[in-house]
Design a binder for this molecule. Structure first.
Ligand code: ASP
Ligand code: MG
Length: 407
């Protein structure tokens, strides 16, 4: 017997017949002997409509608290509808909203981007488990939370994905299914490139990067709660079948990869190449990377400026890389000279907090280094990772300082 948490997105419950089809797919799994917990979004674009209405009526005077209360009506309604539909199909169901004593998702008081109190939520989830064990199908409002004074909060737009992964984690579900209006994750946006293909499988690591770079399929924060032991998939509602194939999300493969600091075990050497107007020269980067690749030298990173390009290689390879690149510099007009820099420790910091909502996160990391007189030789950052290079001798100290920031 499996415990399945299934989330239905707005389109998948977009009209009466879709709600019925969705509820039937849940009942089918239940009839096979599985336990099912449903998380549901607002019907179609209800959230947008409610926001539009309140903006038109109230405009700038609408408080965040009022906004959350009004938006919540979308999920308050859809959960009732969905639960009643399951009952109409002959199975016991209960809708669970933040007014219900059994409501599990507890947050801080931020009305529109509430932060989840994981410990409390985890504890309160026992109540949901009890319902399930009594043969009842709980239908939980997605997107919503309950703040410290019992007020309704919301997890941010698209937040019902977070609700689903959070519930999956707390209930120790076997599977999380996200039912949406696409077949799964594509190799790219099919509206932009026709040849895009559907992926059978994607890792949490890749999915998270995709999501933070704007792919709409899944809220990036949802993956924080993805347990490696829980299978997860994204499927199209059109199948009307929860066993349908879509894209499986696997992993995470590294423990704590969602928030981690690591140091590369060997020193990393920096090789800086300078030249005039380098970035305007087509194919120059490729030349540099190709000649290293031809000699089986891995590049850990590369940073490019107007008049210089720095390549980061393992110290073991650095002498060889230095000579190879020197030949290239001599051969190539626009390149004038190069130097082999000091040995550095490469510290990689991965955290979902880099996704842009926490201003100053990079300075939080660099500040303790400054205070301890540790010079940052290079820094590169993406939406999900920051890579710092410091003098090799400072590596361990810097690692511990950065680790302290994340905890
Ligand atoms: N209904 C909410 C929204 O439109 C939450 C969700 O659908 O995930 O943002
Ligand atoms: Mg969504």
């Amino acid at each position: 017997m499996d415990l399945i948490v299934v989330k239905f997105g707005g389109t998948s419950v977009g009209d009466g017949s879709r709600i019925k089809k969705a509820a039937q797919s849940v009942v089918n799994e239940y009839m096979k002997g599985n336990q099912v917990v449903v998380v549901v979004s607002a019907v179609n674009k209800t959230t947008d409509e409610l926001l539009g209405l309140s903006n038109d009526a109230i405009g700038g005077n609408l408080t965040d608290k009022q906004k959350a209360e009004i938006m919540a009506m979308g999920e308050l309604t859809s959960a009732r509808l969905f639960s009643a539909t399951i009952e109409s199909l002959g199975v016991k169901s209960e809708f669970i909203d933040p007014y219900n004593d059994l409501w599990p998702i507890i947050t801080d008081s931020n009305s529109l981007e509430a932060k989840i109190d994981f410990k409390t939520t985890n504890k309160k989830s026992d109540g949901i488990k009890n319902l399930v064990n009594q043969g009842i199908i709980p239908v939980i409002c997605g997107f919503l939370g309950k703040g410290p004074s019992g007020e309704i909060t919301t997890l941010g737009r698209g937040g019902s994905d977070i609700s689903a992964f959070l519930m999956g984690h707390c209930l120790e579900a076997n599977e999380i299914i996200i039912v949406t209006d696409v077949d799964g994750v594509m190799s790219t946006d099919p509206n932009k490139i026709e040849d895009a293909i559907l992926l059978d499988e994607i890792s949490v690591e890749e999915m998270r990067d995709l999501a933070t770079h704007g792919a709409q399929v899944l809220h990036p924060h949802a993956l924080r709660y993805k347990d490696p032991l829980i299978t997860a998939k994204i499927i199209n509602f059109a199948h009307g079948d929860l066993t349908a194939k879509g894209t499986r999300i696997v992993g995470p493969f590294e423990k704590d990869m969602l928030k981690s600091v690591s140091v590369h075990k060997n020193p990393i050497s920096l090789i800086a190449i300078v030249g005039e107007g380098m970035l305007k020269k087509v194919g120059l980067l490729a030349k540099i990377t190709n000649c290293l690749a031809d000699n089986r030298i891995n590049i850990f990173g590369i940073s490019a400026g107007q008049n210089s390009i720095t390549a980061f290689v393992d110290k073991q390879d650095s002498e060889k890389a230095y000579h190879i690149l020197h030949n290239l510099v001599i051969e190539t007009d626009v390149l004038s000279s190069l130097s082999l820099g000091t040995d550095t420790a490469m510290i990689t910091v991965v955290s979902p907090d880099f996704t842009g909502e926490t201003p100053g996160i990079i300075s939080n990391i660099t500040e303790p280094l400054r205070k301890n007189n540790i010079n940052i030789v290079e820094i590169s950052s993406s939406q999900t990772a920051v890579v710092l290079y410091v003098d090799w001798k400072d590596g361990e100290k810097a690692f511990n300082l950065v680790k302290g920031v994340l905890e």
